[in-house]
Design a protein around this ligand. Structure first.
Ligand code: ATP
Ligand code: MG
Length: 428
């Protein structure tokens, strides 16, 4: 006999159950609607890619690629990884399908799971979900950056994520950033022995990343370091200043945060992050920036790019914790039928109501009247539709509103009309 055992979801993964799944769908639907109103279109991407795609685009010596990727050997011995993010795949698809020949900027969004082997905690999972968008094309006009930020703010506002902060920065370009990094490195060397091991190592490998440090004892030192805003070239300074003008024009509140950096060479100019209150230390709900060098790095023509990724798990947590979650439409009608004689009428009317978009529960077995209404109540139905033998002969239905027990007798047409107008009125 095989041993009896129970299975549990793998550490860092979780099931999203109803009613939470309704909130997820609602949030994703809001994102689709907002993004499509900005003329973004969905791209559906594979969940695994060649490992090398991520190694090249994210960087082989980043934590994401070095320590967190789920990498395995396929049966033909090629190395495959579950995607830790999706920008690399979007860019791969852009190049593979020759999308540079499409008119105007290519504006794409995606929704789906990402995988990183991190230490699981609140707001940090090994399978988590992102909603992201990317703009690829020949222009790097600050208006593109501003439109992307406006779109984000519109979505968060619509989703009821009230207490958010948008931080922006410019990290310069190929011309000015290397000079700044050198200045930074020299200053960091002077304070090296006051820094932690990670930061000490980064002085050599990636000084910009020191600015990311969350170590409390490093904070006063970091505050005294030279800032990139004093080292931007004229073109980058102008791009950043035009971006800020654009944000003001659009009425978007933001903070400047000179420590908002991206470690990799192909990132240019604009970087941004959205944080939400009430999430503890996992408070970043969205990160993004410009990556004008990435398409070329992955073998395409020189192309400008900007994008972001929203962490859905955290965004939804924040909506729930802020008490801003909308009331989801639940069960509309419970069809209370009691005897075999009424069953055919129950089946028919259930189908009709469902065709009108009403959520209907039709019990699969006959139930006594009291038990039936008791279950309707427990399921949270708005109405019980009572179908007794009298109702069948007279062709009328008794509709009982469960909240206040108000009853109406209606013929089929009036019933459908009433429930439909009711549904529209309640927004359900
Ligand atoms: P963090 O600093 O919180 O680790 P990150 O810089 O690694 O974030 P990005 O790679 O920029 O994050 O991804 C964008 C967004 O995806 C983050 O702002 C966050 O909301 C979400 N995210 C990233 N990693 C996780 C995870 N392991 N679990 C849940 N959400 C995540
Ligand atoms: Mg991370």
């Amino acid at each position: 006999m095989t041993e009896k055992r129970q299975f549990r979801a793998i550490k860092g993964t979780r099931d999203i159950l109803p009613p939470d799944s309704s909130l997820w769908n609602w949030f994703e639907r809001a994102a689709r609607e907002v993004f499509e109103s900005y003329n973004f279109r969905e791209i559906r991407l594979p969940i695994f890619e060649e490992t090398d795609l991520f190694a090249r685009s994210i960087g082989a010596d980043t934590d994401v690629v070095g320590k967190e990727m789920y990498t395995f050997e396929d049966r033909d011995e090629s190395s495959i990884s579950l995607r830790p993010e999706a920008t690399a795949s979007v860019v791969r698809a852009y190049i593979e399908h020759g999308m540079h020949t499409l008119p105007g900027n290519v504006k794409l969004y995606y929704i789906g799971p990402m995988f990183r082997r991190e230490r699981p905690q609140k707001g940090r999972y090994r399978q988590f979900y992102q909603i992201g968008a990317e703009v690829l094309g020949q222009s790097d006009a600050p208006a593109i950056d501003a439109e992307v930020l406006e779109m984000l703010v519109v979505l968060f506002k619509r989703a009821g994520l009230a207490l958010i902060t948008l931080s922006v920065n410019s990290i310069g370009c190929k011309q000015c950033r290397p000079k700044y990094v050198e200045v930074l490195r020299q200053e960091l060397l002077k304070v090296k022995d006051k820094l932690g091991a990670d930061s000490q190592r980064r002085i050599e490998t990636n000084p910009l990343r020191v600015l990311d440090s969350k170590l409390p004892e490093e904070q006063p030192i970091i505050e005294t370091l030279p800032r990139i805003s004093d080292h931007l070239c004229a073109a980058c300074r102008q791009h950043f200043s035009e971006l800020k003008d654009e944000l003001n024009l659009r009425g978007i509140a933001y903070e400047e945060n000179w420590r908002l950096v991206r470690g990799l060479d192909y990132y240019t100019r604009t970087t941004f992050e959205v944080t939400a209150e009430g999430l503890g230390s996992q408070n970043a709900v969205c990160g993004g920036g410009r990556y004008d060098g990435l398409v070329e790095l992955l073998g395409g023509h020189p192309t400008k790019g900007i994008g972001f990724a929203i962490g859905s798990d955290r965004a939804i947590l924040s909506i729930q914790e802020g008490g801003q979650a909308p009331k989801m439409p639940g069960l509309g009608v419970f069809v209370a039928w009691m005897s075999a004689a009424t069953y055919p009428a129950a089946v028919r009317i259930a189908r009709k109501l469902r065709e009108c978009g009403i959520a209907v529960e039709l019990p699969p077995e006959a139930m006594k009247f009291k038990k039936s209404l008791g279950l309707a109540d427990k399921l949270g139905a708005r109405y019980a539709l009572i179908i007794g033998e009298d109702e069948v002969t007279s062709g009328t239905y008794t509709l009982k509103r469960l909240a206040d027990a108000e009853q109406k007798k209606l013929n089929e047409n009036d019933l459908l009309e009433y429930l439909e107008s009711e549904r529209r009125g309640s927004g359900a």
